[in-house]
Design a protein around this ligand. Structure first.
Ligand code: HEM
Length: 395
């Protein structure tokens, strides 16, 4: 066992908002000097920054468990997020319940509804020729999208506020508990309104589903719905902001994509590789193990640093460059890997695609109109503001 004093260490404080202003420079330095590093921030954790190490830990669920929380530091949620904090076999069963509704094929039925959400978000902005694409577009769209799919048609602003407040309080235990409680209370109402009733929407189907001929316990259902609302919210907002930012600032990119829409998939993947909206996820060591000569002991937290792994020069040549032609740019770890790989990936990518198509169709000359502002949280990173101008149109 490595004694604490002998551990390779690097001061990565993911609760420091200042870190988000130079996140990728810091992660790059860490990967280059100390790829498996102990940080004493957030109660102490091992940070894995190499691509292969993140893959190894993600695939070895018995050594690196999710059951003691996946956020470093923990959120104030009073129960596990489902299925992200479950091991098999329960994880497998719950994932199976939800997965069929989030495949590319299943999502096609929501395409017109999603296009309408995007159109309604953009249209009022068109006559002005000026907007903040993060505040005005990216913020409302993902929450409306998940509410549409689940069948929650109540006030999206309230849900967005509750989800944002919940994530923003991470690391402040008392406030985090209060915020988690507020979000849980709201979602509980939506769940209970459907219990035992012939509700046709997707949330109603989940609430009344049976696994191995048993009802899904209320707390598990709440954890599942909570994750879908929170996981699909700020993440997609961040992805959308970074994608439009890249479209604007990368020389020649807009012209190429306008001429050839088949490049959209590569634009989305390369954006997500370079700017992972979730820059880390946590695990806890369940059995003593070794990585690059460091001993990781039971109970210690481990951070899977996707933000560094996606720019690992051993996997991606010139990793800091945005290059839609790089071979295999879809191999990034932005959605995780292994049994907990994001099940919302097809939905997130569809939302990003529709938003990008809208911009190409209606704001083809979009330009920056001020300084974009980066921000995020203990595991999120993205633009908080993207002021733009474009030729006004009728709306
Ligand atoms: C760009 C947008 C998104 C990003 C970057 C993202 C990223 C992630 C990551 C990193 C994980 C954890 C992987 C792990 O711990 O190994 C995850 C899990 C998950 N995400 Fe997403 N996500 C996004 C959008 C969504 C959306 C729209 C939904 C809505 C359904 C969603 C639902 C989930 C769920 C349910 C899990 C848990 C899966 C499991 O444990 O089996 N995500 N996501």
């Amino acid at each position: 066992m490595t004694k604490p004093a002998e551990r390779a260490s690097f001061d990565l404080d993911n609760t420091d908002p200042e870190l988000l202003q130079h996140l990728h420079e810091t992660l790059g330095e860490m990967q280059g000097t100390c790829p498996v590093a102990w940080s004493s921030a957030s109660g102490g954790f091992w940070a894995l920054t190499k691509y292969d190490d993140v893959v190894t830990a993600s695939n070895d669920w018995e050594t690196f468990t999710v059951t003691r929380g996946i956020m470093i530091p923990p959120t104030g949620a009073s129960m596990p997020v489902i299925p992200a904090e479950l091991d098999p076999p329960r994880h497998t069963r719950l994932r199976k319940l939800v997965l069929p509704n989030f495949t590319d094929k299943a999502l096609q039925q929501w395409r017109p509804g999603l296009e309408q959400i995007i159109d309604e978000a953009f249209r009022p902005l068109l006559p002005a020729g000026r907007a903040d694409l993060v505040v005005d577009i990216a913020h409302p769209v993902p929450v409306l999208a998940i509410c549409l799919i689940l069948g929650i048609d109540s006030d999206w602003r309230r849900i967005r506020e509750l989800a944002t407040n919940f994530l923003a309080a991470t690391g402040q235990p008392a406030l985090a508990r209060q915020r988690a409680h507020e979000l849980e209370a709201y979602l509980e109402e939506e769940i209970e309104a459907r219990r035992g009733k012939p509700v046709e929407d997707l949330l109603g189907q989940y609430v009344n589903a049976r696994i191995d001929d048993e009802e899904i316990p209320a707390r598990e259902m709440l954890g599942l719905v909570q994750l879908m609302v929170v996981a699909g919210h700020e993440t997609t907002v961040n992805g959308m902001g970074s994608m439009i930012y890249r479209l604007i600032v990368e020389p020649g990119l807009r012209e190429r994509v306008l001429a050839d829409r088949s490049l959209i998939g590569a634009v989305i993947d390369e954006t997500l590789r370079l700017h992972p909206p979730v820059w880390n996820m946590g695990r806890t060591v369940a059995e003593e193990t070794e990585m690059r000569g460091e001993s990781l002991c039971p109970g210690e937290k481990v951070m899977l640093v996707y933000g560094a792994a996606n720019r690992d020069p051993e996997k991606f040549a010139e990793p800091d460059t945005f290059d839609i032609d790089r071979p295999g740019n879809g191999r990034h770890l932005t959605f995780g890997i292994g049994r907990h790989r994001c099940l919302g990936e097809p939905l997130a990518k569809l939302e990003l695609r529709l938003a990008l198509e809208y911009v190409l169709d209606h704001l083809p000359d979009v330009e920056l109109d001020g300084e974009p502002r980066w921000g995020g949280g203990t595991n999120q990173h993205g633009l908080r503001s993207l002021p733009v101008r474009f030729t006004p149109s009728g709306g």
